[in-house]
Design a protein around this ligand. Structure first.
Ligand SMILES: C[S@@+](CC[C@H](N)C(=O)[O-])C[C@H]1O[C@@H](n2cnc3c(N)ncnc32)[C@H](O)[C@@H]1O
Length: 335
């Protein structure tokens, strides 16, 4: 796709926003001696052999390898089979690997991609078994305001893409509840563009209690694992990627209970291409996946196949996926 200067800038901004994760993941690969291991196996290794040698779950390693390959470190030769290349050899012991050790440990919010956490599956301190992010957890430095501001910045960009590329999103919809809507920024932007829709922002009571009033946005506190206010449509933006597959199925079942037979659940999340691709946003999607691995317990960016599995288990009968020319796509699921 040919992009004009402002579209290219919107694609490029994510390289800077997510750039900090690259050094952390490459350093982890060096500390785990992945480059040495592949060389020792004659220059090529399967995911299962790598997982066994490192004692790290295959799913995590597959995602780390997907990220490294995007950055030119290793090739993927066949399904789940990796081959060394000039760049991976440069990160082997005795070459430039020692240079990566100049980086100190990552900040606690990124500890999920350190060798110790990858091996044990345990965060340095107690977290609930299923997630979600570490950014707002006081144990990790209480970045609550920074996190809210970051979410608002992202939701302004994403909603502008929705309005531009999916103007029919709310056709026939009179009310929408934004689950995990934080301080209501996404809803506020959407309601300005679709003024006939009634908007409810639903988030944890302690989160909505701090939300400043916003024109046209009603706030409701509660938990999506218990009950979601009823509306024609339920929206989940950057919510499912915080949670494990099991938790996502629970959330989706609650969303389904909240909508009528003609309603829908709207998910706004990255849909990662299975085998890379030419899309300008692919790099941002796999970087975001590393950030989810680093900052949540079980969260991840999902492929289309992985979304289908969740929707089937939650009992939805059909769905559509719409590309909106940004990191995320819009997935609409019908009861
Ligand atoms: C990654 S943020 C996404 C915020 C917003 N949707 C956006 O895209 O900017 C996830 C949100 O889910 C909320 N959340 C976490 N657990 C929840 C629960 N049990 N019920 C409702 N919301 C919850 C968090 O407070 C947070 O605001």
């Amino acid at each position: 796709m040919v992009m004009d200067e402002s579209q290219q800038a919107e694609a490029d901004i994510w390289k800077f926003a997510f750039g900090f994760i690259t050094g952390t993941v490459v350093k982890t690969s060096v500390e785990l001696h992945i480059q040495d291991l592949v060389a020792k196996h004659g220059g090529s290794i399967s995911l299962s052999a790598l997982s066994a040698a490192l004692a790290i779950p295959a799913d995590h390693l597959r995602r780390i390898m997907r990220f490294l390959i995007h950055h030119g470190i290793f090739h993927k030769t066949s399904d789940d089979h990796y081959t060394e290349n000039a760049l991976s050899r440069l990160f082997a012991t005795g070459n430039m690997s020692a240079f990566m050790m100049l980086h100190g440990p990552p900040p606690p919010t990124l500890s999920g991609v350190t060798p110790q956490v990858l091996r044990t599956g345990k965060r340095p301190d107690v977290k609930p078994a299923d997630g979600e992010d570490t950014w707002t957890d006081p144990a990790y430095g209480n970045h609550e305001k920074v996190f809210t501001d970051a979410m608002e910045a992202h939701s302004r960009v994403t909603t502008s893409k929705i309005v531009a590329h999916h103007p029919d999103l709310f056709r026939g919809i009179r009310s929408v509840v934004d689950v995990g809507g934080r301080h209501g920024m996404a809803l506020s932007c959407l309601i300005k563009a679709f003024p006939t829709v009634r908007g409810l922002c639903f988030d944890l009571p302690e989160v909505v209690a701090k939300a400043p009033p916003l024109d046209g946005v009603e706030f409701v506190g509660g938990s999506m694992f218990e009950s979601i206010p009823k509306a024609d449509a339920v929206m989940l933006m950057w919510v499912l990627h915080d949670w494990s597959d099991n938790a996502c199925v629970e959330i989706l079942k609650k969303c389904k209970e909240a909508i009528p037979a003609h309603g829908k659940v709207i998910m706004i999340d990255a849909v990662v291409e299975e085998d890379g691709g030419e899309d300008e946003y692919y790099g941002a999607r796999v970087s975001l996946d590393m950030i989810m691995m680093a900052s949540t317990v079980q969260g991840k960016e999902r492929t289309h196949k992985e979304f289908v599995r969740l929707l089937d288990e939650a009992g939805f009968s059909s769905h559509t996926v719409k590309n909106i020319n940004t990191i995320e796509s819009v997935i609409e699921a019908y009861p």
